[in-house]
Design a protein around this ligand. Structure first.
Ligand code: AMP
Ligand code: MG
Length: 492
C-alpha cells in the first residue's frame, strides 16, 4: 500500500517520542477519502476498496515499514506554559516518500491512547474528524498552507464529550508535524543537546535552503517568523479564525495545523470568537496577528541557546532581529492581498485606507464577508448606480454602500480599470465557496445517520472555491438563521 517508509524522526534521541501501538477501532468503515491526498502518496483510487485500506487507516493492522510513535512537545495553552503535552491522540506511522521525492509524515488522529493522553481517551469524534477533513482541504483549495487530510474511518465505539458520540480516525499528512511547542519542550527542560538535534533535523530535512548559512539557526527562526506572518495574513484576508492558537498548535512550516473549533466569518465581525471555551477572546479573529507574534516570541526564546550559545545578549539581539521581520512580512502579504481583493492593479498609498474603510463599513453593516467580495468583482467602474450593484445588494441598506463605492469607483477610474479583466482577477482571489460552519454541520448530521455523501460533495466543491459551480449555487447563499446558533467548543 505505502511501500516506502523512511522514519528519520525515529533517529532522533529517545526523548523526542514514545513508541505506541494504535488501539483497534471496532467495525471500521470508510467514511471519506480524498483522491488528491491519495495522490500525494502515489496511491491509486482503487486502493480504498481493499479491506486492508480501511484496516490500516483505522489503526487495526500495521502497515509494513511503519513504526508508530507519539511525538513529544510542550506548549503555551491560553498563555500558560504546560511543560509536557505531546500527541495524546495522534500517532505518527512514519514518513512516506512519493515518486517525486516528497516526504510526507502519515499520522492517524484518534487512534487511541498514548503516554501523552493524560485523562483523555485518545479518540477523536466523527464530528471533529469531518470538520478537520473538510477544512484542511478547503484551505488547500484556497491556496493556504495546511496539513492535508487523506481519509476518515469511522467505527462503532462510543466516545463521551458533552454528549455521547462515535469515534473516528482521521489520516493526516504533512511534511512534518513539528510545532513551536517541540522546541519549547527541550528548552524548558534544559535539554539543549536535544534542541540542537531538533534544529539540525529540521535544517537537514525541511530547511535545506538555509542549512549552509553562517548561522543557520538564526535563518531557521527567520524562516519560521516569515512563513507564520504570511500564513496569518492569508487567514485574515479570507476570514478564517483558528480558535486555539496555542504554541503547540503552530507549525514550524507555517502550515495551518490542528483544526478544532475554527470558523470562517459569515458576516464581517473583527472580534469574532469561534471557540466557545475562549471566554476572554484571546484567540478572537482580530487578535490572530498579535497572538502569532506572541507565539513566535515563545519560539524565539526557546531557540536562544541555538542563536548564540555563549552570549545571551547576542542571542537576544538575534532573536529580536528575526521577530522584527514579522510585521513587514505580515503587512506585505496583507496589503498585496487586500489590493487583489479590491481588484487594483497599481499600487497607491491610499489603498490600505480604502480597504480599512471598507472593513469598518462591512462590520457596521454586518455584511457577509465572502459574498460581498465575490459580488464586488461585478462592480462597474462606469455609470451604473452603485446602490444598484450586486455588492450593494449585500447590505441591508444599499444606500450605506454609496459613499465608499464612490471613492472605490474613483480609484478604479484612476487606473483605467478594465471591468471584465478585473472581474476575472478578483474571482481568482475572492472565493465563492467557503466552509461555513452550517455547511459542515449539515455534512456531520447526515454522516451521523450513516449517509456520507454530503462530505464528498463538500470536499469536491471546496477543492475549487474560486470556480462558479452553477449546480451548487445554494452553497454560496447567505447562511440560514440557525447558523448563528451553532456552538463549537474545544472538545473534539
Ligand atoms: P488540542 O487543543 O486539540 O490541540 O489538544 C491539546 C492537547 O490535548 C494535545 O496534547 C492533545 O494530544 C491532547 N488531547 C486532546 N484531545 C485528546 C483526547 N481525546 N485524548 C487524549 N489526548 C487529547
Ligand atoms: Mg493540538
Amino acid at each position: 500500500m505505502i511501500s516506502d517508509f523512511t522514519n528519520s524522526y525515529l533517529r532522533l534521541p529517545e526523548a523526542f517520542f514514545e513508541r505506541v501501538t494504535p488501539t483497534p477501532l471496532p467495525a471500521p468503515e470508510l467514511v471519506a477519502f480524498n483522491p488528491a491526498a491519495l495522490g500525494l502518496l502515489d496511491l491509486p483510487l482503487e486502493v480504498v476498496e481493499a479491506p486492508a485500506f480501511v484496516e490500516a487507516f483505522a489503526g487495526n493492522r500495521p502497515l509494513p515499514g511503519a513504526e508508530p510513535v507519539a511525538m513529544c512537545y510542550a506548549g503555551h495553552q491560553f498563555g500558560h506554559y504546560v511543560p509536557r503535552l505531546g500527541d495524546g491522540r495522534a500517532i505518527l506511522l512514519g514518513e512516506a516518500t512519493n515518486r517525486r521525492g516528497d516526504r510526507w509524515e502519515v499520522q492517524l488522529k484518534g487512534a487511541g491512547r498514548t503516554p501523552f493522553s493524560r485523562d483523555g481517551d485518545g479518540r477523536a469524534v466523527l464530528r471533529s474528524t469531518i470538520r478537520e477533513y473538510l477544512c484542511s482541504e478547503a484551505m488547500h483549495g484556497l491556496g493556504i498552507p495546511t496539513t492535508r487530510a487523506m481519509c476518515i474511518v469511522g467505527g462503532r465505539e462510543e466516545v463521551y464529550r458533552e454528549q455521547i458520540e462515535t469515534a473516528a480516525v482521521l489520516t493526516r499528512l504533512a511534511p512534518t508535524h513539528v510545532r513551536f511547542g517541540t522546541f519549547e519542550y527541550f528548552y524548558h527542560a534544559g535539554d539543549y543537546r536535544a534542541l540542537w538535534e531538533l534544529a539540525n533535523w529540521l535544517l537537514a530535512h525541511h530547511f535545506q535552503q538555509v542549512a549552509g548559512y553562517r548561522n543557520p539557526y538564526h535563518e531557521l527562526l527567520r524562516e519560521i517568523v516569515v512563513s507564520t506572518a504570511r500564513l496569518i495574513a492569508r487567514w485574515q484576508l479570507v476570514g478564517f479564525a483558528h480558535g486555539v492558537m496555542n504554541t503547540d498548535n503552530l507549525s514550524v512550516l507555517g502550515l495551518t495545523l490542528d483544526y478544532g473549533p475554527f470558523g470562517f466569518l459569515d458576516r464581517y465581525q473583527p472580534d469574532f470568537i469561534c471557540n466557545h471555551s475562549d471566554y476572554q477572546g484571546r484567540y478572537a479573529f482580530d487578535q490572530q496577528p498579535r497572538i502569532a507574534l506572541w507565539n513566535l516570541s515563545c519560539l524565539a526564546q526557546a531557540m536562544l541557546p541555538l542563536l548564540h550559545p555563549e552570549d545571551g545578549e547576542a542571542a537576544a539581539a538575534l532573536a529580536n532581529e528575526a521577530l522584527a521581520e514579522f510585521e513587514s512580512a505580515f503587512m506585505a502579504t496583507y496589503v498585496r492581498g487586500a489590493r487583489e481583493k479590491l481588484g487594483l492593479m497599481r499600487e497607491d498609498r491610499g489603498d490600505p485606507r480604502l480597504f480599512a474603510g471598507l472593513l469598518r463599513l462591512l462590520a457596521e453593516q454586518q455584511v457577509d464577508y465572502t459574498r460581498f467580495f465575490r459580488a464586488l468583482g461585478r462592480f462597474s467602474s462606469r455609470d451604473e448606480a452603485p446602490e444598484r450593484s450586486e455588492a450593494a445588494a449585500e447590505f441591508a441598506d444599499p444606500a450605506a454602500f454609496a459613499v465608499w463605492a464612490a471613492s472605490y469607483r474613483e480609484r478604479l477610474r484612476a487606473e483605467n480599470s478594465d471591468d471584465a479583466l478585473r472581474r476575472r482577477a478578483m474571482d481568482q482571489v475572492n472565493p465563492k465557496y467557503i466552509l461555513r460552519n452550517y455547511l459542515a454541520e449539515q455534512a456531520i448530521e447526515s454522516a451521523r445517520g450513516g449517509d456520507f455523501r454530503e462530505i464528498e460533495r463538500l470536499r469536491a466543491l471546496l477543492a475549487r472555491p474560486f470556480d462558479e459551480q452553477p449546480e451548487r449555487e445554494d452553497y454560496a447563499a447567505r447562511p440560514p438563521a440557525w447558523a448563528g446558533r451553532i456552538e463549537v467548543s474545544c472538545s473534539s
